[in-house]
Design a protein around this ligand. Structure first.
Ligand code: WAQ
Ligand code: MG
Length: 250
């Protein structure tokens, strides 16, 4: 689903589910798009596409942890340190964080998808800088729902936003061309974001922007050695379901 009001991106959401859940999921998406903190949508597009179950792979979610910070300045410092720990260059990180804070689309607003940033050259690799790359066709494996909600309920995080972001980040980090991801929401009332990587997991940061700000987005730091087109195709089209994280705790 994606929704907009004039030129303004309002919201988007992706699911991968059994046919029997389609009606309920679709009406849930409509409800969210119609009453959204970024404003109510004027245009809502819903795309439904059959997937071949035999082609759907299953993987474990990234390990989840939360870094508590006092304010967004401390949060961005923390994000920079977590990104550095994945081996990225500090000046590239500084540039990337300020790009996201300033509004990464060519008109200075938010994008509908993510920036793909070449980790070596700092070059933006997405073909359309207002759209970016939209990750799709991923969800929780139906049998794993209960276990995942139980893991999250101990931290009061069992809500669709956390689960959707955790699933998205786990799909992105599953490709070896991706070094790390930085994200914070474009919703004015949601200040928590994250740094995610296959190396260090899904690292939530409680404040990454000022309350009331509608600026947010996602940056994927990449080394697309095996070809950019194939990476984008997998991010957008490869169907993946997720089970609880493997190993100790969340
Ligand atoms: N693929 C790529 N980029 C996307 C996608 C997608 N499927 N969906 C959203 N984006 C980009 C787009 O630029 C949005 O403006 C931006 O991300 C933010 O999207 O653990 O709610 O849905 O507490 O507002 C993270 C923390 C919340 C959750 C992220 O993002 C937690 C969030 P939003
Ligand atoms: Mg949003």
């Amino acid at each position: 689903m994606r929704s907009s009001r004039g030129e303004k991106h309002i919201s988007g959401a992706e699911r991968l589910l059994d046919f029997a859940q389609l009606e309920e999921a679709a009406s849930g998406m409509l409800r969210r798009a119609l009453r959204h903190p970024r404003g109510s949508a004027e245009t809502i597009s819903l795309t439904v596409e059959a997937q071949n179950l035999a082609e759907v792979k299953t993987k474990p979610l990234l390990r989840l942890m939360t870094c508590e910070v006092a304010d967004w300045q401390q949060g961005r410092q923390c994000a920079a340190e977590l990104l550095e720990a994945t081996g990225l260059n500090p000046s590239l990180i500084r540039e990337a964080v300020s790009q996201l804070g300033a509004g990464p689309s060519p008109t200075g607003g938010v994008m509908r998808g993510a920036i793909l940033l070449d980790a070596d050259t700092g070059e933006r690799l997405e073909a359309d800088q207002s759209r970016g790359v939209r990750v799709s066709r991923m969800d929780i494996e139906p049998d794993a729902h209960r276990e995942i909600e139980r893991l999250l309920s101990t931290e009061s995080l069992a809500n669709p936003r956390v689960i959707e972001a955790w699933v998205l980040a786990s799909k992105v980090a599953s490709y070896r061309e991706i070094i790390a991801e930085l994200c914070w929401s474009d919703d004015p009332d949601y200040l928590t974001g994250y740094v995610a990587s296959a190396k260090n997991g899904y690292q939530r940061i409680t404040r990454l922007k000022e309350s009331g700000s509608e600026m947010g987005g996602r940056i994927f730091f990449v080394r697309p050695a095996a070809g950019l087109a194939s990476l984008i195709d997998k991010l957008e089209h490869e169907p993946l379901l997720f089970t609880a994280p493997s190993g100790e705790g969340t």
